[in-house]
Design a protein around this ligand. Structure first.
Ligand code: IPM
Ligand code: MG
Length: 354
């Protein structure tokens, strides 16, 4: 019998509510094909700070490292938002990404035809939008040293460092090209090479990688132009690859195309070991505990987990089709202007799995 070990990190805010529904979907897969998912739950983020004084304990990281995949809900909330605090929920997420070596964050953005009206963009702009953003996840400004605050000449001074090495760039860009091979064969590399040295290295390495993939078209776009084109011509993008912070910003922008952030999944992958799967929406403290969060981002993250970490493509597609059918049938949670609860939405998706 096939068995997998999955670490669940529900985290904060709506995290536990949406992860619980993705687990129900996995249970349904289990029931249908006899595969066994052993799940073990651990704390991360604010709830871990409350219990252990740190956003990620060594035990939690070790449990994640030895599992086949990690499914995470969200971290953070107003309770832990004091900017002077030494411990922050987000440190848990960054430590986990680094500790798992998941350097590539895949964020697919597709527009379901039935949700076109939910997006603020004109419908004609949205036709054919189907992109995947590959965000570098373990380098750049988020991790560069030196980082910190000090008093210099009577002024408080803060430093973050944007640093990349050639190998960090090469591996994530290669991942983007490999994805493009199975798609529309186009890679858009986003940088700020007219200003930043790290971007000039990014561009040089990207050109070198492109030479390994003669069938793929490479285009370079400056990040400010990329931000504009995501709105003016979103359907033109197939695979977009970019550094950590640009990717953070551009994927929130791109999520608007899909009608709601609540719809979007992500997969964070390295070369080996557990992948990390999480919805992109965050902890949504304003609606936490009310049972109205959209579980689709997390359910689709579980589908990505089956695809990329557990080699279960057929079952991944089964989940994705069920979500599509559910949306086509008119099911809407609050973020999509409807009134279905988190559980009701998952009930319908499970019913549509076949
Ligand atoms: C994301 C989030 C995180 C990030 C935060 C919570 C640290 O915005 O996953 O996009 O910036 O990476
Ligand atoms: Mg973000």
């Amino acid at each position: 019998m096939t068995e997998f070990n999955i670490t669940l990190l529900p985290g904060d805010g709506i995290g536990p509510e949406v992860v619980a529904q993705a687990v129900r979907v996995l249970d349904e897969i289990s029931r249908r094909i006899g595969v066994v998912f052993h799940t073990e739950e651990h704390q991360i983020g604010g709830c871990s700070i409350d219990k252990y004084g740190t956003a990620l304990t060594d035990e939690t990281l070790a449990a994640c490292q030895k599992s086949d995949a990690v499914l995470l809900g969200a971290v953070g909330g107003p309770k832990w938002d004091n900017p002077d605090s030494k411990v922050r929920p987000e440190q848990g997420l960054l430590g986990l990404r680094k500790g798992l070596g998941v350097y590539a964050n895949l964020r697919p953005v597709k527009v379901h035809p039935a949700l076109v009206a939910a997006s603020p963009l004109k419908p004609e702009k949205l036709a054919g939008v189907d992109m995947i953003v590959v965000r570098e996840l373990t380098g750049g400004l988020y991790f560069g040293q030196p980082k910190g605050r000090e008093i210099v000449d009577g002024h408080e001074r803060a430093v973050d460092t944007l640093v990349y090495t050639d190998d960090e760039i090469r591996r994530v860009v290669r991942m983007a090209f490999k994805l493009a091979e199975k798609r529309r064969k186009k890679v858009t590399s986003v940088d700020k090479a007219n200003v930043l040295e790290s971007s000039r290295l990014w561009r040089k390495i990207t050109i070198e990688v492109a030479a390994e993939f003669p069938g793929i078209t490479l285009e370079h776009t400056l990040v400010d132009t990329a931000a504009m084109r995501l709105i003016t011509s979103p359907a033109a993008t197939d695979v977009m690859v970019t550094e950590n912070m640009f990717g953070d910003i551009l994927t929130d922008e791109a999520s608007v195309l899909a009608g709601s952030m609540g719809m979007l999944p992500s997969a964070s992958l390295g070369d080996a070991g557990a992948g990390l799967y999480e919805p992109i929406h965050g902890s949504a403290p304003d609606i936490a505990g009310r049972g109205i969060a959209n579980p689709i981002g997390t359910i689709l993250s579980a589908a990505l987990m089956l695809r990329y970490s557990l080699n279960m493509e057929k079952e991944a597609v089964m989940i994705e089709r069920a979500v599509e059918k559910t949306i086509s049938d008119g099911a809407r949670s609050a973020d999509l202007g409807g009134s279905l609860t988190t559980t009701q939405m998952a009930d319908l998706i499970i019913k549509n799995m076949e």
